[in-house]
Write a protein that binds this ligand. Structure first.
Ligand SMILES: Cc1cc2nc3c(=O)[nH]c(=O)nc-3n(C[C@H](O)[C@H](O)[C@H](O)COP(=O)(O)O)c2cc1C
Length: 193
């Protein structure tokens, strides 16, 4: 098993999504002792804004290729994805800009776009301060909905989402949301998004 673990929270040790993504990876490692794990911390090593036109030999060309190859090589991808300002962190968007590449992870056909990366298991550790899975704020969830859309675009139609939400609604609510997410990770991890 080749596992790619990506984190994007800027909150370091206080990060909920880092806590959850690490627990997911620990669970997968326990199930697959021979797993080869690659870790990419997008907050510690930020990628610059994407510039598609680069001179050959530019160091960014090699790094962009490395990121794409890392993604293509993985059969399982765990993504720590907090909600910042209703969407994903800009660090994670910069990574996706290197992953959604025409001819590699999708292509345009006469019938429309076709995803080419559908053979992967993708698990998202989603964290957010408010509640977006129900109620009036559902319409402004541009974090999970965005991730689901871009993943479907490249062929991953069934990402699993481990969610802790309402994290900023009080100490008890935060503890309960995290405990609930960990229970899921330790129980039936294979959950539909
Ligand atoms: C820059 C920033 C923007 C945020 N924007 C939102 C937001 O739009 N909606 C929300 O519910 N929570 C928001 N939050 C709260 C985070 O989603 C919450 O703290 C969550 O735990 C972040 O995950 P993390 O701990 O892994 O970084 C924001 C937090 C930060 C630091």
């Amino acid at each position: 098993m080749k596992l790619l673990h990506v984190d994007s929270s800027v909150l370091g040790e206080n990060s909920a999504s880092r806590d959850l993504s690490a627990a997911i990876v620990a669970r997968l490692r326990a199930e697959h002792p021979g797993a080869e794990v690659t870790y990419r911390d997008l907050a510690a090593q930020t990628l610059p804004h994407f510039t598609p036109v680069l001179a050959e030999g530019h160091p960014c060309v090699a790094r962009n290729a490395e990121i794409l190859d890392e993604f293509l090589a993985a059969d399982t991808v765990v993504i720590g994805a907090p909600m910042y300002n209703f969407t994903i962190p800009t660090q994670l968007k910069a990574w996706l800009d290197r992953v959604l590449i025409a001819g590699k992870t999708f292509r345009y056909t006469e019938k429309g776009p076709q995803g080419l990366a559908g053979d992967k298991r993708v698990i998202i550790a989603s964290s957010r301060g408010g509640i977006y899975s129900e109620g009036p704020a559902m319409a402004v969830d541009f974090q999970e909905n965005y991730l689901k859309h871009v993943l479907a675009f490249i062929g991953v139609h069934d990402p699993e989402i481990v969610r802790a939400e309402g994290l900023n609604l009080g100490v008890e609510q935060r503890a309960a949301a995290l405990a609930n997410a960990h229970e899921r990770i330790n129980g039936d991890l294979r959950v539909a998004a």
